[in-house]
Each structure stands twice: as structure tokens, then as C-alpha cells.
Design a binder for this molecule. Structure first.
Ligand code: SF4
Length: 114
């Protein structure tokens, strides 16, 4: 099992959320009060890597019932819509983080889009 990549922040409002890092840094990165991503070049993570992190999350957090997912870091909506939908669906499928449910729904989804 490889590590899940996580960003540097979990907002208090996301204390119960599953964290999924979909970008690195912030493309704006100019707010004077924010040093969170200074020195970090903004990039969108490859969708396959994100889906792999979600898959690993199923193993790591098996049995935990998350009610939401927080997409890290900034500017997650820069991701192409079809990829964002895929990521969102994968997050939805692992909300209960039960392996069988995740694999069944995830597999069925891929079959349905092929
Ligand atoms: S993460 Fe938010 S607050 Fe920080 S530089 Fe980017 S837009 Fe500004």
C-alpha cells in the first residue's frame, strides 16, 4: 500500500470530512494574509492518482462513515468537469468506506461509462 497524498490544511468546518487532495497549491497565491502555498507551484493532480488515493482511503478508513469529502488544496474547480464528476462519484461511493460497496459501485460506474 502506498501513502495517500494530503495537502497542508483541514479547515475546522471539515473536521469530519474525508480529505482528498486534487490540486497542489493555489493558482492565485497572492493574498497578503495567506502564506499557505507560498513557494508551491500550482498544479492539478493526475486523476488516476486521485482515484488511487480514494481507493487507498477505503482500506485505511474502512468502517468510518464520512458524511462529506473535502477537496484540497485550492481551485479544485479548475479540474475538467468530467474528471471532477468521476472524483465526486468515487468519493460518494466510499462515503461508508465499506470495501464491498465501494468496489461494487465503483466497478459498476466504470462499466457504465465504457
Ligand atoms: S489559498 Fe485562498 S487565501 Fe490563500 S492565496 Fe489562494 S486564494 Fe488567497
Amino acid at each position: 500500500m502506498t501513502d495517500i497524498e494530503l495537502g497542508p490544511i483541514r479547515p475546522p468546518s471539515e473536521s469530519q470530512s474525508l480529505l482528498i487532495r486534487v490540486t497542489r497549491g493555489c493558482h492565485w497565491n497572492k493574498c497578503f494574509f495567506c502564506g499557505l502555498y507560498k513557494g508551491m507551484k500550482y498544479s492539478v493532480r493526475p486523476t488516476d492518482d486521485i482515484l488511487e488515493d480514494i481507493k487507498i482511503s477505503v482500506e485505511v478508513y474502512d468502517g468510518i462513515n464520512f458524511t462529506s469529502c473535502f477537496l484540497q488544496d485550492a481551485d479544485a474547480i479548475n479540474i475538467p468537469t468530467e474528471d471532477l464528476l468521476l472524483i465526486g462519484y468515487a468519493c460518494f461511493c466510499c462515503r461508508s468506506l465499506t470495501k464491498s460497496v465501494y468496489m461494487m459501485r465503483f466497478g459498476a460506474f466504470f462499466i457504465s461509462i465504457l
